[in-house]
Write a protein that binds this ligand. Structure first.
Ligand code: FMN
Ligand code: ATP
Length: 347
């Protein structure tokens, strides 16, 4: 999949079958839409193209109005979105910075500058609730009229539903917020996952478990850390996870997604949202530093509990040791084994 920031680039396809939206999570409704988009693009001999925004428009307005509560919790980072769009077979994605100019652009100007002038849309597919342009004043009827005048076809996608409910990013956010990973999986059509480069933490984890130097924890609770590049993740807490991309088989682990309230907030990652994963069994052949710089995908299969503010490092160590035991118990259950089998081929 080709990715462009903005559409003023010589390699942007001169004509395309287009869809527009935020695509946070790339859920089953989005997937159904993208399948239709791909087949319409193929039929017309043009590229399938997604136009998406970064930041999310509601993040932009939350900033302008100094109302962080208006920002939607984020299901995935831009990296997650782009990798799922590519997996859905999209040929080209344009990431448009959502800024003041776009926020103020009248719907007709958006059609002229972006849809026709910038992207050469021959076919435009939108959802049944799609609105666009300043004040969200543009709608399907306006697009349809413009399409007749400017020579592009406009189609509307019916709501894709699961058990009678429209699948939406908001519904996925609600499921993740409630820690209901089974419901999130149903809506996403895959287990919820976060991917990214393994970055350095402050290497405290390796000494944490050692104070309880016995049993399986004598090497400490080393963690592999991914940054979640948004301040408001839709999910948070402690999870049983599978790590893909390090070894031939996914590695079972236990992870913390959050801001680590028990630690000193002034450290290098203080306040940043991290996904910190402790693999329950670290393959010897990877070596102690074998994960740094690699891109991994961590599936959050089952929530154990919310992040806690422990009052000492000793209490944190005891808490993590219990989380490891609980994750082991989860993986020992037949239910988890089924999930593990079904995710194996998605590295
Ligand atoms: C399974 C697990 C559970 C955790 N739970 C919490 C928690 O409830 N509260 C908290 O403040 N930090 C929690 N942490 C974060 C640890 O404080 C952090 O991973 C540890 O200090 C290592 O940091 P480092 O990777 O920078 O070395 C957890 C970490 C793991 C791996
Ligand atoms: N279940 C669905 N069925 C059909 N089309 C959908 C569905 N969900 C989203 N779409 C369409 O996909 C495009 C991108 O959707 P977008 O990510 O902006 O919205 P969303 O998933 O409804 O998110 P939110 O809940 O935050 O409004 C839009 O045209 C939207 O109408």
């Amino acid at each position: 999949m080709k990715i462009f920031r903005g559409f003023h680039h010589p390699d942007v396809a001169p004509a395309c079958a287009l869809t527009i939206g935020n695509f946070d999570g790339v859920h089953r409704g989005h997937q159904a839409m993208l399948a239709l988009l791909n087949s319409e693009a193929q039929h017309r001999g043009v590229q399938s193209c997604v136009l998406t925004f970064e930041p999310h428009p509601r993040d932009y307005f939350a900033g302008v109005h100094k109302r962080p509560d208006l920002a939607p919790a984020r299901i995935g980072t831009l990296r997650d979105k782009l990798s799922e769009l590519a997996r859905c077979g999209v040929q080209q994605t344009i990431v448009l910075p959502f800024n003041e100019k776009l926020a103020r652009q009248a719907p007709q100007a958006f059609i002229d500058d972006v849809v026709v002038g910038g992207l050469g849309a021959r076919y435009l597919l939108v959802g049944d609730d799609f609105r666009f342009g300043a004040q969200r004043a543009g709608d399907y009827a306006m697009l349809d009229t413009a399409g007749r005048e400017r020579g592009f076809e406009v189609a509307r996608m019916n709501s894709y539903e699961v058990h009678g409910l429209r699948v939406s990013s908001s519904a996925v956010r609600d499921a993740l917020g409630a820690g209901d990973m089974e419901e999130a999986t149903r809506l996403l059509g895959r287990p919820y996952a976060i991917s990214g480069h393994v970055v350095h933490g402050r290497k405290l984890g390796r000494s944490l478990g050692r104070s309880a130097a016995s049993g399986p924890h004598q090497d400490g609770f080393r963690t592999l850390n991914l940054r979640f590049a948004h301040w408001k993740p839709a999910a948070s807490g402690i999870f049983a996870v599978l790590v893909h991309g390090l070894d031939a088989e996914p590695l079972p682990g236990v992870a913390n997604l959050g801001v680590r309230p028990s630690l000193d907030p002034s450290d290098v990652n203080g306040g940043r949202v991290l996904l910190e994963t402790h693999c329950l069994q670290w393959p010897a052949h990877l070596g102690a530093e074998g994960a740094y710089g690699k891109i991994v995908r961590v599936e959050l299969l089952h929530k154990l509990h919310d992040e806690l503010k422990y009052d000492s490092l000793g209490a944190l160590t005891t808490g993590i040791a219990k989380d490891c035991d609980d994750a082991r118990a989860y993986f020992a259950s037949s239910h988890a084994e089924t999930r593990r089998q079904t995710t194996r081929d998605r590295i």
